[in-house]
Design a protein around this ligand. Structure first.
Ligand code: SAM
Ligand code: SF4
Length: 354
C-alpha cells in the first residue's frame, strides 16, 4: 500500500503546543488546536452480525450490563457535551445501536437539548424497518447503514448471517421516514470487493442513497488486518472509474473524512474514506464515548478516561466537564497506523464505536 500522507496537524492556535492544563472554558480543544464538535456515542458492544473485519464468529466477551450507561446517564453526559463543550453533532453507534431498547429515549432526550445537536445513527440496518418511524419521531435526523455488498452470498460470507433482505428493507424504511440523505457505509472484502463496489454503487444510485467506501482499518478483534490486503482509496477509485465517470465534488470537504465524487455528472455521489492511506487526522473534529462511559480522544487511542466512575460517585457537572476537557487536550497528533511501532488499541471497533 502506498501511504500518501500522515495527515498530522502542525502546531497552531492560541493554546497550541502547551504542556499546561486544558482550558477551563471555550471549545473542546487539543494541544494542536483541533476543536472537537462531533461526538460518537457507542450504546452497546453487542451485535447481531459478525462481520469478518470486525468480530470473530463466536462473538466477544460482552461488557457487563451493570457497566453500561443508562439512558439517563447518557443524556446527562450529552447535555454536558452540548451545553458546555460545544458539541454540535452526535452519532449513535456500537456494536449495533438498534439492539438498544432505549435508543429512542436517548434520541428524544438529546433532541430536547439546546442548542439542539444534529443526530445520526450508524447501524447495520437489521430491525431498521421496524424502528425508522419511531426514531424519526424521536428527533433523529439521519442514518448511515452499513452494507458491503448487494450479493446475498457475499453478504452472508462477510457478515456470517444471511440477512441481506432485512438491510435492503431497512434502508427503504429509513428513506420513507425522512432519515435522509441516507448514507451507505461499505468496507470492501479484499477479494469480492472489486465486483461488489460496482454493483453497490449502481444500487445506491438507483435508490438515491449516498455510498461511502471506507478503507479497512486495523481495529478487528481478531487482529487479522493485513496492510497488503486492504483495497486502498486509490484502488477503489480506479475500479469505479472503469464503470462510471467520476468528477470531484466542488463542495468544500472541511473536516469530513470522505473525499466525494459526482457520478456520471450527478446528482448521485460516491465518497471514499481513505483513513489509512490518506489519513485526515489534521482535520479531525471527533470525541468518543464508549457504552461503558469512557472518553476516547481518538479511534486509535491507547488510553481512555473514565466518566462512568465520576458519574456514579456523584461528581457534579463541573468535574465531568473538566475531566472531559483534559481527556481531549492530550489527543495525539495522528493515529499512527503507518508508524513502524504502531500497536492496535486493546478495544476492537465494535466496543469503541465506529
Ligand atoms: N453495527 C453498526 C454498523 O455496522 O453500522 C455500527 C457499528 S460498526 C463498528 C460502525 C462502522 O464501522 C461500520 O460502517 C463498519 O463497517 C465499520 N467498521 C467495522 N470494522 C471496521 C474496520 N476494521 N475497518 C473499517 N471500518 C470498520
Ligand atoms: Fe456488528 Fe457493525 Fe461490527 Fe458488523 S461492523 S460486526 S454490524 S458492529
Amino acid at each position: 500500500m502506498t501511504v500518501i500522507g500522515l495527515g498530522v496537524p502542525s502546531i497552531r492556535g492560541p493554546a497550541a503546543g502547551s504542556s499546561g492544563p486544558a482550558p477551563v472554558t471555550g471549545p473542546l480543544i487539543d494541544t494542536f488546536g483541533r476543536v472537537a464538535t462531533d461526538l460518537r456515542v457507542s450504546l452497546t458492544d453487542r451485535c447481531n452480525l459478525r462481520c469478518t473485519y470486525c468480530m470473530p464468529a463466536e462473538g466477544l466477551d460482552w461488557m457487563p450490563r451493570s457497566e453500561m450507561l443508562s439512558a439517563d446517564e447518557l443524556v446527562r453526559l450529552l447535555r454536558i457535551a452540548v451545553t458546555r463543550l460545544g458539541i454540535t453533532t452526535v452519532r449513535f453507534t456500537g456494536g449495533e445501536p438498534l439492539l438498544v431498547p432505549h435508543l429512542e429515549d436517548v434520541v428524544a432526550g438529546t433532541a430536547a437539548l439546546r442548542p439542539r445537536p444534529e443526530m445520526a445513527v450508524t447501524t447495520n440496518g437489521l430491525g431498521l424497518a421496524r424502528r425508522a418511524e419511531s426514531l424519526a419521531a424521536a428527533g433523529l435526523n439521519r442514518v448511515n447503514v452499513s452494507l458491503d455488498t448487494v450479493d446475498a452470498a457475499h453478504f452472508a460470507a462477510i457478515t456470517r448471517r444471511d440477512r441481506l433482505d432485512d438491510v435492503v428493507v431497512g434502508l427503504a424504511a429509513a428513506q420513507r421516514a425522512g432519515l435522509g440523505p441516507v448514507k451507505v457505509n461499505a468496507v470492501l472484502d479484499p477479494v469480492t470487493g472489486r465486483d461488489d463496489v460496482v454493483a453497490l454503487l449502481t444500487f445506491c444510485l438507483e435508490h438515491d442513497y449516498q455510498l461511502r467506501v471506507i478503507e479497512q482499518m486495523p481495529l478487528d478483534a481478531g487482529h487479522q488486518w493485513r496492510r497488503g490486503e486492504v483495497l486502498t482509496g486509490a484502488e477503489i477509485l480506479e475500479i469505479l472509474r472503469g464503470h462510471f465517470t467520476l468528477t470531484a465534488d466542488p463542495a468544500p470537504r472541511g473536516s469530513a473524512p470522505a473525499e466525494v465524487w459526482r457520478v456520471n455528472g450527478g446528482p448521485g455521489t460516491v465518497g471514499v474514506i481513505a483513513s489509512v492511506s490518506q489519513a485526515f487526522c489534521a482535520a479531525c473534529d471527533r470525541s468518543r464515548l464508549t457504552a461503558d462511559g469512557q472518553v476516547r480522544n481518538c479511534l486509535f487511542a491507547r488510553d481512555e478516561t473514565d466518566l462512568r466512575v465520576l458519574l456514579r460517585s456523584g461528581a457534579d457537572d463541573d468535574a465531568i466537564e473538566s475531566t472531559w476537557r483534559s481527556a481531549m487536550w492530550s489527543k495525539a497528533a495522528g493515529h499512527g497506523i503507518n508508524d513502524p511501532g504502531f500497536v492496535q488499541p486493546a478495544r476492537p471497533m465494535s466496543s469503541i464505536g465506529g
